[in-house]
Design a protein around this ligand. Structure first.
Ligand code: PGA
Length: 254
């Protein structure tokens, strides 16, 4: 049985007091709804990590980014060791904002995956096509290429902790969500790719989240898709009540 996951990516938003208030509200909500079936992750910015982690009781805090070198002269960067030092063990890798705005290449993303897996972290690897790619009908091959570029250096055993997030770039922060058909057919494609390149066993184990303008209005239909195992939520994760509603939708369904 694959894990059901709802994860919140705060991006470069909120301050320390907001993080503490959010944690208190979410703890209370998760406690009173007796959340058992959904794993909940929240990814705050670096400066909020410690406050959020100290206050998170019924959910897990992870980091949005890190630099894949152990230590050294990398001004402004944060290593996985430093994240470990905060008792963290989940990271997002390959988010389209990092790929596009910060020029993170496929090779660099693979290096980050190595570093994360080597250090026993759970990576959430994001993949997703731009609108151009979709309009040209190349979205399936594009996603296969992104998967191959990130994962071709690993074996099935090394990837057991991996979580994937399909986040079409045209849906992120735009208010346009993939339809259930678009989400389900791409999640199926990703799972077949995993079966063909690794094993059916691994493909059946890896949770594939949907991300891109997912909110309390559309979560129910997206999460009802058999191959959608949860969501990576941006904007709608900034408010504890809204985020909790999305988690509760997942809990109600499974
Ligand atoms: P969004 O962001 O929910 O605000 O579209 C999702 C993401 O980028 O992870």
């Amino acid at each position: 049985m694959r894990k059901k996951i709802v994860a919140g990516n705060w991006k470069m938003n909120l301050l320390k007091d907001d993080a503490i208030r959010f944690a208190e509200e979410l703890n209370q909500g998760l406690f009173s709804t007796d959340n058992r079936t959904t794993d909940v992750f929240v990814f705050p910015g670096f400066t909020l990590l410690e406050a959020a982690r100290q206050n998170a009781e019924y959910f897990k805090i992870g980091a949005q980014n890190f630099y894949p070198k152990q230590s050294g002269a990398f001004t402004g960067e944060v290593s996985i060791e430093q994240l470990k030092d905060l008792n963290l063990d989940v990271v997002i890798i390959g988010h389209s904002e990092r790929r596009i705005l910060f020029n993170e290449s496929n090779q660099f993303i693979q290096e980050k995956l190595f570093s994360a897996l080597d250090n026993d972290f759970t990576p959430i690897l994001c993949i997703g096509e731009t609108l151009d790619v979709r309009n040209n009908g190349h979205h399936f091959s594009f996603i296969s290429e992104q998967l191959a570029a990130a994962l071709n250096a690993f074996n099935a055993h090394q990837l057991e902790k991996l979580i994937l997030a399909y986040e079409p770039v045209w849906a992120i922060g735009t208010g346009i969500t993939a339809s259930t058909e678009q989400a389900e057919e791409m999640h199926c494609h990703i799972r077949s790719w995993l079966t063909n390149n690794f094993s059916l066993e691994l493909a059946e184990k890896i949770s594939i989240l949907y991300g891109g303008s997912c909110n309390e209005m559309n979560a129910k239909e997206l999460f009802s898709c058999p191959n959608v195992d949860g969501g990576l939520i941006g904007g709608a994760s900034l408010n504890a009540k809204q985020f909790l509603s999305i988690i509760n939708i997942m809990n109600g369904l499974f």
